[in-house]
Design a binder for this molecule. Structure first.
Ligand SMILES: Cc1cc2nc3c(=O)[nH]c(=O)nc-3n(C[C@H](O)[C@H](O)[C@H](O)COP(=O)(O)OP(=O)(O)OC[C@H]3O[C@@H](n4cnc5c(N)ncnc54)[C@H](O)[C@@H]3O)c2cc1C
Ligand SMILES: O=C1O[C@H]([C@@H](O)CO)C(O)=C1O
Length: 382
């Protein structure tokens, strides 16, 4: 149901975003931000804190203005900023443990087009100029290619240009998917090949400037192709100090943890040549929010998504990489993505989330018998 005046849409929680987009297109509306895939549901993306990039944009759940919840006792609760506000603050990253989300009301924006510009750079350049990249592009993110200095910078910004595409079956599929998957499979027998693959594919596919324009949801989402293991922790971005009366620009409080964490991950790989890492490390930036278990709770954040592909479904050794990354993420105050790999337990979450106890109290009140718990959630809450 669309409220054209408020530009809001109320949907069933089970709707796939791929089915929602054309409906919003019909009303000249759009969601202001999306994750890499839209074959996900409205209830699911707020179940695990799905995010994209954009330092002026929160995680997708910040686009939710209301939701209804079927609770363990069979009653239905309407939640929003103005009714059951405390439950609303918890339910926008609900982990599936507060009840069954029946409907979600989303704040939309007028339909818009994006221009995506991709160009090569180096890790040093990007890390030394992070704030300038963040100022230049609303939806800035970058991909670092482990075992190299190579970075692919991705800008996405509003445009009035007509749709255009640099898509090319040969380069995107024959090379970027089928040849890559075959070489990754070979590298499961010769791990030393991974560094070469990362550098070779950067040179082949990412070493030039590319431009695509289209409706926002067609630019935000992209084909993720391979089966994969991912970790994706959100680390705090220092908030700029209040403008001091001096000609100098506001200095960010605290250290720039993105640079520190990435350079430490790079140093670990250089010091341990037996540890291999598939490309890319996808680095995204998100505004802080007030959602109790959002990884961006009360802090602007930088998400660092590491990946290990499973070529033809084959599992690849990743434990050393995984553990080294988690150690670095914990050290810089990171919080893991609720839908992706992590080894954290309640003890970790109590330290990571200032409102963790508040969420637990709400969960225990809404579901006293633990009807909505599962093995994963028991690790989180017990
Ligand atoms: C290829 C791929 C790309 C991805 N890209 C991104 C990305 O760019 N950014 C990002 O942050 N994440 C990304 N993800 C992760 C993805 O956004 C999350 O896993 C998201 O939760 C998936 O939504 P879903 O509808 O499949 O959820 P499900 O897996 O179905 O559910 C997620 C959680 O919510 C609960 N839940 C779902 N619906 C309800 C409901 N109605 N009531 C109560 N509980 C419910 C489920 O029990 C589960 O706990 C990606 C995942 C894949 C597979
Ligand atoms: O889980 C995710 O999958 C994609 C990317 O890793 C696909 O390769 C992405 O951006 C996520 O956050």
């Amino acid at each position: 149901m669309v409220d054209t005046e408020k530009k809001q849409v109320t949907v069933e929680a089970g709707i796939l975003l791929t089915d929602l987009h054309p409906q919003l297109d019909k009303h000249g509306l759009a969601l202001s931000n999306l994750g890499a895939v839209s074959d996900v549901t409205a209830g699911g993306v707020i179940g695990s804190g799905t995010h994209n990039t954009g330092i002026k944009h929160g995680i997708l759940a910040t686009q939710v203005v209301a939701l209804t919840l079927l609770m363990a006792d069979g009653t239905i609760l309407e939640c929003s900023e103005s009714s059951n506000a405390e439950v609303f603050q918890a339910a926008r990253v609900h982990l599936g443990c507060l009840g069954v989300v029946l409907t979600v009301t989303l704040q939309c924006v007028p339909q818009f087009h994006l221009q995506e510009t991709t160009f090569p750079s180096t890790l040093k350049e990007v890390l030394d100029n992070l704030d300038s990249h963040l100022k230049k592009s609303e939806y800035f993110r970058f991909l670092w290619f482990p075992h190299s200095e190579n970075v692919s910078v991705i800008y996405q910004d509003h445009t009035i240009k007509p749709p255009s595409s640099s898509a090319n079956w040969f380069w995107d599929y024959a090379i970027g998917f089928y040849l890559l998957e075959f070489l990754l499979w070979i590298s499961t027998f010769l791990p030393g090949l991974v560094g070469w693959i990362n550098r070779f594919f950067f040179w082949l596919l990412f070493n030039g400037k590319k431009e695509n324009c289209n409706l926002s949801h067609k630019i935000f989402t992209y084909e993720c192709r391979f089966k994969q293991h991912v970790q994706d922790w959100a680390i705090p971005r220092p908030l700029p100090q209040v403008w001091v009366p001096s000609p100098l620009p506001p200095r960010a409080e605290g250290r720039e943890k993105t640079k520190e964490a990435l350079l430490e991950l790079k140093a670990m790989l250089e010091a341990n040549p037996k540890v291999v890492a598939h490309y890319p490390v996808e680095v995204r930036f998100t505004r802080g929010d007030d959602i109790l278990l959002s990884p961006c709770f009360q802090r602007d954040s930088c998400y660092m998504n590491i990946i290990m592909y499973r070529p033809y479904g084959k599992d690849v050794p990743r434990l050393d990489y995984w553990l080294a990354y988690e150690t670095i993420m914990k050290k810089v105050g990171g919080r893991p993505h609720w839908a992706k790999a992590h080894n954290c337990t309640r003890k970790d979450f109590e330290k990571m989330y200032p409102a963790f106890q508040r969420f637990c109290a709400i969960r225990e009140k809404l579901d006293p018998t633990g009807m909505f718990l599962n093995a994963y959630l028991e690790k989180v809450f017990y």
